[in-house]
Design a protein around this ligand. Structure first.
Ligand SMILES: [Zn+2]
Length: 306
């Protein structure tokens, strides 16, 4: 199964494509290049982060969570976010609250002439917030902006070969996640991802999984913040094992639950496995029981049981 081109992950410093060169609307890119010198100590759990919120932010969030959820937004969830119907009542209610805060706090901008609507924001926010449904008080604070193009978009991409010759190509993208910067999405693909629950592909889940991966530092190593050192050890061992297995299966041309795009690198493996965890949960549980259980532990959700 081949994946359309475009699940790229531009990390500033690893790519020659600057935000300006790809015409990111009027958004500023917020970059924190301060490296973490003690990576392990810089891996607080997602649960620890809310302790750093300001009192004002917490108060604002309490106000947002106290607002009624607009009925027309429920209509959008019914139509555009198939997975919402699988959630239990209390999960749906919690997701509604996450959506309200997420939409209010992010800087939204339509690109390529797109005029953003509430439908677009709710559809994207619902899928993004599904990833943090199992946590309390996690709202992707490090993602300040969401940029949305009408459809796939093309950006120039420079590469330098081993002898230093620079070539410029053009790259078609469905979405991107920038370190300490925005998430960029094609609306057409974000909508298709929301409506098609079980194809295993979801560009919104994919890009926000990259953002979880990058919470602590710029390295996209397939390791989001984990709750304990013991979980960190188990995580590292298992995802590298599964990554190597996927590479072997894809090389042999075997059918796989996880998309072979996940063989690109360990960061893409985590993003692709996250898509499968939510969209092909039963198949993933059957074919990759250990990986599925590990993801249940991290995400604090069990999608296959819904
Ligand atoms: Zn990716």
């Amino acid at each position: 199964m081949s994946r359309p081109r475009g699940r790229f992950l531009p990390i500033l410093g690893r790519t020659s494509a600057s935000p300006e060169s790809i015409g990111l609307c009027r958004m500023q890119i917020f970059v924190n290049l301060t490296p973490c010198r003690m990576p392990f100590l810089c891996r607080p759990s997602l649960q620890d982060r809310p302790m750093l919120f300001t009192w004002l932010k917490q108060r604002r969030r309490r106000q947002l969570l106290g607002l009624p959820f607009p009925p027309e937004w429920d209509g959008v969830l019914d139509t555009n976010v198939r997975i919402f119907q699988d959630l239990r009542g209390e999960e749906q209610q919690k997701l509604r609250g996450l959506i309200q805060v997420f939409i209010a706090e992010k800087n939204w901008e339509g690109c390529g002439g797109l005029v953003l609507t509430d439908e677009m924001k709710v559809t994207i926010a619902a899928q993004a917030c599904l990833l943090v449904l199992g946590f309390d008080g996690v709202f992707f604070d490090h993602v300040l902006s969401i940029l949305v193009y009408p459809t796939t978009y093309v950006v120039p991409e420079k590469s330098v070969d081993r002898v230093g010759i620079e070539t410029e190509d053009r790259s078609t993208r469905l979405g991107e996640a920038w370190y300490r910067g925005p998430v960029i999405l094609s609306w057409e693909d974000a909508l298709a991802s929301g409506r098609n629950e079980s194809d295993g592909h979801n560009v919104v889940l994919h890009e926000f999984a990259h953002q979880l991966d990058m919470i602590n530092d710029q390295s996209v190593d397939g390791t989001p913040p984990l709750a304990t050192p013991e979980l960190y050890e188990r995580w590292t061992e298992l995802i590298h094992e599964e990554f190597q297995q996927l590479k072997r299966d894809c090389r042999r041309g075997e059918w796989t639950v996880l998309d072979c795009y996940g063989t690109t690198n360990i960061g893409e493996f985590f993003a692709v496995a996250t898509e499968s965890f939510f969209e092909s949960s039963i198949a993933m549980q059957e074919r990759h029981p250990q990986l599925y259980a590990l993801f249940c532990e991290f995400y604090r959700q069990d999608p296959a049981s819904r």
